[in-house]
Write a protein that binds this ligand. Structure first.
Ligand code: ADP
Ligand code: MG
Length: 445
């Protein structure tokens, strides 16, 4: 399509693109936005042309916030945004230049050799998942098929998938690991090239397929369709399938029942945040690896204060390691306290009272209702949003926030925070409410 833009429209389009670039990664920009064109701009509407409907659908489902914000920043808000694709099917126009990155068939996904079973610490939070992962590595295709591991971020899902892969490769199995996003990208680029033989042979002529973060499938119906066929092809030949996700199958938005039921054929297991003792053990193991000497007291203090995920524990330890290097390598409780406090200072410190006040006003509920044990949706949503905002804007620990929320414990706060983060990305009304609340909270008076 040839679109004639006036000079001023061209300028605006360049500005919009710059604003979008600030909000997404370079890879995301090339994949989704480089093929986009501005085709119509009036005082009421703005239309973009996308290379195909798959691309426009994806942008609408995943990047609308970025687009709308970019338009606002380019001073052209309050217009109806529309994406136009060449045809209603996902088939590309012949001869259109391929804007998608080519599938990394020759540059395989990087595997972290440290993510092996030896380095994985087992505790009550991950015992089941670990045992199942080991069983699958012992007898792929027969133990648990598929194996589905879910849990929130930073709790070791990728670590376990890599560990299975490494163990199976050692034993000479043909195993393939990839993030779900790569599967989706490969699918999209195959729509462009039409090389389905290559696509299907890649995923079907293997003994073991490990796909990380399958909640990503929520974004595209046609990819789910293809994934379903891949799954069946492997399963009927008793090939092992291992999947991870940040939520249980039935909570993946838009996912079809037939896929959920496939996942139930095998074992579904959850990794939980580490409890106190496991945290201490992990901290001791990681500090030993970093050749850092810390006392049991310090390990306990850390376990008490950094509890949301194992990734966060690692991040904190790396920071402590850096500071310790400047401090003759000494790590004592004072230093650790300073460091933790120093980092949390970076949060804008908004009082919990203000958060509770803003949330109750916005939703027209009473503070006592937030404190109560009632599970009406009209109350649980504001309650969980309040906890989410408290995590984001205050320095309070999970336990302290729970205290302000009618004496709830730290796992409740953590789950609420996770839940809202997820909901924000799939539910427009929730995300817009949160944006409004955040605007109110951060407004300078
Ligand atoms: P997820 O995929 O669930 O988001 P990762 O597997 O990326 O989490 O884990 C985050 C970090 O925490 C990684 O560096 C990983 O090695 C580490 N980690 C997670 N669980 C454990 C564990 N049980 N023992 C040791 N390290 C762990
Ligand atoms: Mg992961």
């Amino acid at each position: 399509m040839n679109h004639h833009l006036s000079a001023s429209e061209k300028k605006i389009w360049i500005l919009i693109q710059e604003k979008i670039k600030e909000k997404v990664t370079p890879q995301q920009f090339t994949t989704w936005f480089s093929g986009l064109n501005l085709i119509k701009l009036t005082t009421k509407e703005i239309h973009f042309h996308a290379p195909n409907s798959f691309c426009s659908e994806w942008i609408e489902n995943n990047y609308m916030d970025a687009v709308v914000l970019s338009l606002k920043e380019a001073s052209i808000s309050n217009r109806k945004v529309k994406f136009v694709a060449d045809n209603s099917s996902s088939e590309p126009e012949p001869g259109v230049q391929n804007n998608y990155p080519s599938p990394n068939t020759d540059s395989p996904t990087l595997i972290n050799k440290n993510y092996n079973f030896n380095n994985f610490l087992v505790g009550p939070c991950n015992r089941m998942a670990h045992a199942a992962a080991l069983a699958v590595s012992e007898s792929p295709g027969t133990a648990y098929n598929p194996l589905f591991i879910h849990g929130s971020v930073g709790l070791g899902k990728t670590h376990l998938l890599h560990a299975i892969l490494l163990r199976l490769q050692e034993k000479g199995h043909k195993a393939l690991y990839l993030p779900c996003e790569s599967f989706v990208n490969h699918y999209i680029s195959t729509i462009k090239t039409g090389d389905w033989d290559n696509f299907r042979s890649k995923y079907r002529q293997i003994d073991v397929l490990l796909i990380d973060d399958v909640h990503f499938l929520a974004n595209s119906q046609s990819t789910r369709e293809e994934f379903f066929h891949t799954f069946n092809a492997l399963y009927t030949r008793q090939k092992q399938i291992v999947l991870s996700s940040d939520c249980p199958p039935e909570e993946i938005p838009t996912i079809e029942e037939r896929l959920i039921s496939r996942f139930r054929w095998g074992l579904i297991t959850r990794v939980d945040p580490p409890g106190f003792e496991t945290s201490v053990a992990i901290i001791q193991k990681k500090t030993a690896l970093l050749k850092m000497d810390i006392s049991y007291d310090v390990a306990c203090y850390l376990a008490d204060n950094v509890i949301s995920s194992i990734r966060e524990i690692e991040g904190t330890l790396t920071n402590i390691h850096k500071y310790a290097a400047m401090n003759d390598g000494k790590v004592d409780l004072n230093l650790v306290k300073q460091i933790i406090r120093g980092f949390s200072k970076q949060k804008q410190n908004i009082g919990i009272e203000k958060i509770l006040d803003t949330v109750t006003k916005h939703y027209g509920v009473q503070l006592s209702q937030l404190h109560s044990k009632r599970r009406l949706k009209s109350i649980t949503l504001p309650r969980q949003i309040a906890m989410h905002l408290a995590r984001k804007f205050t320095n309070l620990s999970l336990g302290e926030i729970g205290g302000y929320m009618g004496g709830r414990d730290h796992t409740t706060v953590m789950h609420a925070d996770d839940k809202i983060k997820k909901l924000k990305s799939v539910d427009r009304s929730v995300s817009s409410s949160i944006r409004k609340l955040e605007d109110t909270l951060t407004k300078k008076k």
